[in-house]
Design a protein around this ligand. Structure first.
Ligand code: SAM
Length: 299
């Protein structure tokens, strides 16, 4: 085994040079070079867990995970990184590298083929320094589709983390905050300066912890209606709730139908969407008129 951990700046640069590579901005490649940050992320995972890592890159985080947890399944899109990983992580038989775009992963298949064999009772975690250009779709797909994932410990842009964990009546609160709150308890663990990465990104980062809820915080007849409604409510932040959600109704009679809808749900249509909490959105969703238009998107 190599005597220096992968995460040092020297070894990171050395690995890139040895394999003739450069960090690709287009794939959000910013490698972690701060051992304390890595150790804090890894310490949040119980040793008996099976971990899915998204975007292992050169293996800085993967190596630390390999030394602590039961098994690691690491999904990397860049074939050049995959070649490095196959070499540097060769000593760890319980680390599996999957060459794939995480946004195209069949989660159930991944579970059956690579995780279930380690035992159905094992907690499954996601641990990742996410590629920032696709943070939101990755987190939403995990919450909606990878139902076997109990907890995620993920590095992302601080500003995105703030939106995901925001409360009503704050500037960061929006449809993303509500989508996340529907599926998980989420909080920011710590902020991370750009100097923790090579090359440093232009933004501050943060580590977020998401714990999947056993049951949603609100009961709705139709999740698609809830998400369509939330999206419409935040579409124009300066418009009233009533004006925003009327866009979901066919033009004819929209005003009258909307007024009756709000009355039945007990919500004042003159409020702004950002003042409503998830329970109030659920009340609106459960009183939605049958003519409501939805398109199946989450945010
Ligand atoms: N985990 C490494 C570290 O912390 O040093 C690298 C993290 S880097 C911020 C993000 C990684 O995600 C890169 O290795 C990049 O190639 C990979 N990546 C980008 N888009 C991806 C996708 N759609 N699916 C899987 N991996 C992706």
């Amino acid at each position: 085994m190599h005597e220096h951990p992968i995460y040092t700046q020297t070894r990171t640069k050395q690995l890139l040079a040895t394999y003739g590579l450069r960090a690709k901005k287009s794939l959000g490649q910013h490698f972690m070079i701060d051992g304390n940050v890595l150790r804090a992320m890894v310490a949040a995972v119980p040793p008996e867990a099976v971990v899915i890592e998204i975007g292992p890159g050169l293996g800085a985080l993967t190596e630390q995970l390999a030394q602590r947890v039961h098994a690691v399944v690491a999904v990397e899109i860049d074939v050049h990184m995959v070649r490095v990983l196959q070499d540097v992580l060769a000593p760890y038989a319980h680390v599996h590298i999957v060459h794939a775009d995480v946004l195209r992963i069949q989660w159930q298949q991944l579970y059956t083929e690579m995780i279930a064999p380690y035992g159905a009772e094992r907690p499954v975690y996601v641990v990742a320094n996410l590629p920032y250009y696709v943070t939101t779709p990755i987190v939403l797909a995990l919450l909606r589709d990878a139902v076997f994932v109990r907890t995620a410990i993920v590095m992302m842009q601080e500003e995105v983390c703030a939106r995901m964990t925001a409360s009503p009546c704050t500037k960061a609160y929006g449809s993303l905050s509500i989508a996340i709150a529907y599926y998980a308890h989420a909080h920011m663990m710590r902020t991370i300066p750009a100097t923790a990465f090579y090359p440093p990104p232009h933004v501050q980062s943060a580590v977020m912890r998401l714990d999947r809820r056993d049951i949603p915080p609100v009961m709705v007849h139709d999740e698609q209606v809830l998400f369509a409604l939330v999206r419409a409510a935040f579409a124009h932040r300066r418009k009233t709730l009533s004006n925003n959600i009327a866009s979901l109704l066919p033009d004819r009679d929209a005003k009258a139908v909307c007024a009756e809808w709000l009355r039945a749900a007990g919500i004042d249509g003159q409020r702004r969407g950002e003042t409503l909490d998830i329970a109030q959105f659920a009340a609106l969703a459960n009183h939605a008129p049958a003519v409501l238009r939805t398109d199946g998107a989450m945010i």
